[in-house]
Design a protein around this ligand. Structure first.
Ligand SMILES: O=C(O)CCC(=O)C(=O)O
Length: 305
C-alpha cells in the first residue's frame, strides 16, 4: 500500500493525454512502451558535444557520475548551458512543444563502479497528463561491453510511485534482480541517435567493462508552460514538494533540502514490496486499460493492482 494523500497539485479534472512526439506513429509507440529511439536530425552535433566534455573538467576520474551530481555549481551550469545550446536544436524538432529543463553528461570511466542501478527518473512536473522526458544520447559507442541501456517497456503506465531526492522507497527493490533478468530488455542506441524516454520508465545500465571512457548526454524536458517540481524526502519519511526554477536542476546539491516554493507535504511516504507476479499482473492490466483509466490510476498514485 502506498500511503498516499491525494494531491492538490496533480489532481486533474481528467486532462487529455498530451503528445510527446511530433510523429504520430512514433507517438503511439512512445505511449505503449514509454520510449523510442530516433536519429538526430544532424548527427554531427555529437562532435561538439563531446568537445564540451573534453574541455570542461569534472575533476572526477573514477566511477560513474552524472555532471549534475557535482558539487561545483559553475561546472554544472556551464555543462548545462553549452550542452543545451548544441543538443536542444537536435531534439526540439522531434518533440511536440517541449522546453529544455537541464542538460548533463552521464560518464562511465574505464575504472571504478559504473553500474547505474534500476531506477526511474525524478518527478519533474505534475504527472497528471504525463511525466517529464529524458532525451538520452551516447556520445561514444555503447555496446554490451560498455553496458547497454536496459528498460522495462511499458512501466511508465503502472509504476507511479514518488521519485526525487535524496532517495525514495520503491516497491520493486526486493525483486530487482529477477525483474532485471526476466523482464527488462536491452535497447540499441547508436552514436547519432537519441532515446526519448518517459521519466517513469524503469531503466538501468550495466558496468562498463570496455576499458574505454563511455560518455552519454541527456536533456530533460517538460511540455511548454509546465511548472518544474522537485520531490524531496526527509530522513523521517516526510515528503515535501517544491515548485522550482529550471536553474534548480543545475544548482541543487543532492542531500540538501531544496529551496523553492513549498506546494505540498506528505507526512510519511512508504511503499509495500511487490512480488514479481504482482508486478507482471500490473503490467498486463495496464495494457488492457484505456487512456482515461490510465489517467485515473495515475493521479490517485495507485497503479491498477
Ligand atoms: O547513462 C547511463 O548509463 C544511465 C542514464 C540514466 O540512467 C538516466 O539518464 O536516467
Amino acid at each position: 500500500m502506498v500511503h498516499w494523500d491525494p494531491d492538490p497539485v496533480t489532481e486533474p479534472s481528467l486532462p487529455r493525454l498530451r503528445s510527446t512526439l511530433n510523429d504520430r506513429r512514433l507517438e503511439r509507440r512512445f505511449q505503449r512502451d514509454g520510449y523510442v529511439v530516433l536519429p538526430l536530425p544532424d548527427p554531427s552535433a555529437v562532435g561538439p558535444a563531446l568537445e564540451v566534455f573534453e574541455r570542461i573538467d569534472s575533476g572526477i576520474s573514477e566511477g560513474y557520475y552524472a555532471s549534475i551530481h557535482s558539487a561545483d555549481n559553475a561546472y554544472k551550469a556551464q555543462v548545462d548551458r553549452e550542452l543545451s545550446a548544441i543538443l536542444w536544436p537536435q531534439v526540439a524538432p522531434l518533440l511536440a512543444d517541449f522546453s529544455p529543463l537541464v542538460a548533463a553528461f552521464m560518464v562511465k570511466p574505464a575504472t571504478g563502479t559504473t553500474v547505474v542501478p534500476v531506477h526511474q527518473d525524478w518527478i519533474t512536473k505534475d504527472e497528471a497528463d504525463g511525466a517529464g522526458i529524458t532525451c538520452w544520447m551516447p556520445l561514444t559507442p555503447i555496446t554490451a561491453a560498455e553496458g547497454k541501456m536496459t528498460v522495462l517497456p511499458g512501466s511508465h503506465r503502472y509504476l507511479h510511485g514518488l521519485r526525487g531526492s535524496p532517495g525514495f522507497p520503491v516497491p520493486y527493490q526486493s525483486i530487482v534482480d529477477e525483474l532485471r533478468d526476466e523482464l527488462m530488455v536491452e535497447v540499441e542506441v547508436a552514436v547519432g541517435e537519441v532515446m526519448v524516454m518517459d521519466g517513469r520508465v524503469l531503466h538501468t545500465t550495466a558496468q562498463n567493462h570496455s576499458g574505454r571512457m563511455r560518455v552519454a548526454a541527456y536533456l530533460n524536458a517538460l511540455p511548454q508552460g509546465s511548472q518544474p517540481l522537485h520531490y524531496y524526502r526527509a530522513p523521517d519519511g516526510a515528503v515535501e514538494v517544491f515548485a522550482v526554477e529550471p536553474s534548480f536542476f543545475s544548482t541543487f546539491n543532492i542531500g540538501e533540502r531544496p529551496d523553492g516554493r513549498l506546494v505540498r507535504t506528505i507526512d510519511d511516504y512508504q511503499v509495500d514490496d511487490l512480488t514479481l507476479a504482482e508486478l507482471k499482473a500490473m503490467g498486463r492490466r495496464s495494457r488492457r486499460v484505456g487512456p482515461l483509466d490510465r489517467l485515473r490510476t495515475t493521479w490517485s498514485g495507485q497503479a491498477a493492482r
